[in-house]
Design a protein around this ligand. Structure first.
Ligand code: SF4
Length: 357
């Protein structure tokens, strides 16, 4: 099957998407872009959570104008989301945007497309073509009758063709649908047709719980097949949650090198400690670590020690206490009340040692 490593690397600010680079995590601001303070604050929260690339809507002149100041206050690359209005694209480019999401076939007259492409070329700014099953071109809906994976791929090829005819190849493509099997089919077929990096997403996937499951189902299949150079999980929730889901997904497939993983048991009648609260507290604690460590939190001493030994650091509950394991060795017994604080100290020590090397 097609592999992301076969894609043409595309530079976006200080990142490279595609080729042998890691899958990039991205999200989108929920703020009014013209509200610089609110937008920057949200971007900082996203970045702290592990977001590497962030998109803002550019739907007004004020939003386009705000890009300059937003860029001054953030350190991750910024993407402008633009529909139709080429003047907003030009203003965003002028103000220092790192990437533009716009469909060239929707811009209008040829000279408008040329103006955007010329401005992007001059500054080395890539364009993401964003195909969406819900907004396919009329000629494709007439041809296929309704949105299909083939119609989506044809739409992508139509927009790609316009950019290639202007000798522009800094292209990233997304083919989003809220129907998961359709999105999987569209991305799979697109991967067989062109080698531009693919931006994966299941659009309008829903709330935090349902949307995470739906996105994980769709993006998981694709990531496992080696498809996708950047991902965005779209949730009706705080975008920080989107980033957390992205990181968890990439961890699942071994596609992230700087994230801590938690292993915790589902608990059963053998449980001897308050495992749910311990696991949640530890998960929160390690969520922002940029170190590839594995932490295990297991409920009892039956299966616990064996599992905990597999992790860099872990605990296995016992009656009113816990066994602390580090790199496979039981290092000490700790009273239950001190389990989390002792585990955090051990995690800190591992992180410190990792950062020293
Ligand atoms: Fe049950 Fe112990 Fe396994 Fe947890 S580790 S599920 S408490 S047997």
């Amino acid at each position: 099957m097609y592999h992301r490593k076969d894609t043409v690397p595309v530079k976006v600010g200080n990142l490279t998407i595609g080729g042998s680079n890691e899958v990039i995590i991205q999200s989108m601001c929920t703020t009014k872009t013209a509200d610089v303070a609110a937008t920057v604050a949200e971007i900082h929260r996203l970045e702290e959570a592990g977001c590497q690339l962030v998109r803002v809507t550019v739907n007004t002149k004020e939003a386009a104008a705000a890009i300059k100041e937003i860029k001054r206050q953030i350190s991750i690359p910024l993407v402008a989301d633009i529909h139709f209005d080429y003047r907003l694209a030009l203003a965003a480019i002028e103000n220092g945007i790192d990437k533009v999401r716009i469909n060239p076939g929707n811009i209008g007259r040829r000279e408008k497309v040329e103006a955007v492409v010329k401005a992007c070329k001059e500054r080395g700014i890539p364009i993401r073509i964003g195909v969406n099953a819900g907004s396919l071109e009329n000629h494709l809906l007439e041809k296929y009758g309704y949105p299909t994976a083939d119609a989506m791929v044809e739409s992508a090829l139509y927009h790609i063709g316009i950019l290639e005819s202007l000798d522009f190849r800094d292209i990233i493509v997304s083919l989003k649908a809220s129907d998961v099997p359709m999105a999987i089919e569209a991305y799979t077929k697109a991967a067989q047709r062109f080698n531009y990096p693919l931006h994966l997403g299941i659009t309008e996937s829903g709330t935090l719980f349902a949307g995470s499951v739906k996105s994980a189902a769709g993006l998981g299949v694709l990531l496992h097949m080696g498809i996708g150079s950047t991902i965005r999980v779209s949730l009706s929730a705080d975008p920080v949650e989107e980033v957390k889901v992205c990181r968890e997904l990439l961890k699942t497939f071994g596609l992230i090198s700087n994230a801590a993983t938690l292993v915790s048991c589902p608990t059963c009648g053998r449980l001897d400690i308050d495992l749910f609260s311990i696991a949640n507290e530890v998960e929160e604690y390690i969520s922002k670590l940029k170190v590839p460590i594995k932490v295990s939190v297991l409920g009892c001493a039956v299966n616990g020690p064996g599992e905990a030994r597999e992790a860099d650091i872990g605990i296995a509950g016992a009656r009113g206490e816990g066994l602390l394991f580090r790199y496979g060795e039981m290092i000490r017994k700790v009273p239950e009340a001190e389990l989390v604080s002792e585990l955090k100290k051990e995690i800190d020590a591992i992180v410190e040692a990792y950062n020293r090397t």
